[in-house]
Design a protein around this ligand. Sequence first.
Ligand code: SF4
Length: 320
Amino acid sequence: MNKNSEHCNSRDWRGKPYNFFGDYLLDTHHVRMLKLPINAGLSCPNRDGPIGAHGCIFCDAGGSASPTTEGITGIAAQMENARRSFRRSDVATRYIAYFQAFTNTYASIETLKRLYDTALASPDIIGLMIGTRPDCLPDDVLDLVASYNREGFELWLEIGMQTMHNESLRFLRRGHTHQSTRSAVLRASERGICVCAHIILGIPHEEWRDMMATAMELSSLPVHGVKLHHLHVVRNTQLEHMYQSGGVRLLGFREYVSTVCDFIERLRPDILIHRLLGDRPKDTLVAPKWAMHKGTVLKAIEDEFRRRGTCQGFLYTPPE
Ligand code: SF4
């Protein structure tokens, strides 16, 4: 048995070849934990002017809002709607308030505090997850976020890193650089805030080695989690226009499965995997259609790890 096989055999990830966030929550809190998506009605500086007017090429007018928040005004009502759809009388459940749509640190400190406090008002909420851009995290906002940290509470910032390559960030029309991400992650980590980095695999013009370089860069940063997404085309986006005119190639099903395994093999073993695949409602997804079969994709990823005999961190080398 070589050193790397021992690494995989010695892991206790409930039989999974990667360190899954859902299992971590169950092991830590001993109850079913779910996220309640929130659309707080904020905007994004890449849409309303300071950085750009048209947004990232893959983002639609809804700013990645969850269908459970559609047409519902008010944070408490949106959370209750999601809670109702998840409720099971036989299983104890706690929730994480998940500020998902648009940029959830893009407002005054007073406004942000009011929004976060509203979401945390109910005793069954034992976590706060805030989705945002790396260039919207000045020190005073990070101080506010850090003030919610306490024992037994899940405090997460979900930062849209996407890739470590500035050329790709320009292609995606993100309006920030990787240096912004590094700065935000380091300053969040100094304050004890867990960071989940959002990554896109399959950005046009990125080669396999570019994606692997992103995995290694991620492993060198003090991040605690990662959300992997394939590049998908959503209706009414700039990316749809580019795709329909033949200018964009997307990863195929097998290619994605293999790339995800390659990526995770290079990740630090303690990084929690929040997600392995993007998710869109059927009626807004243009391509790729294979992603609609989420269970099949997840199983194929696990099967591929087993076929290789590898796991998360198999090819990770800690710094000297
Ligand atoms: S930063 Fe987020 S909300 Fe803003 S345009 Fe990009 S994906 Fe959409």
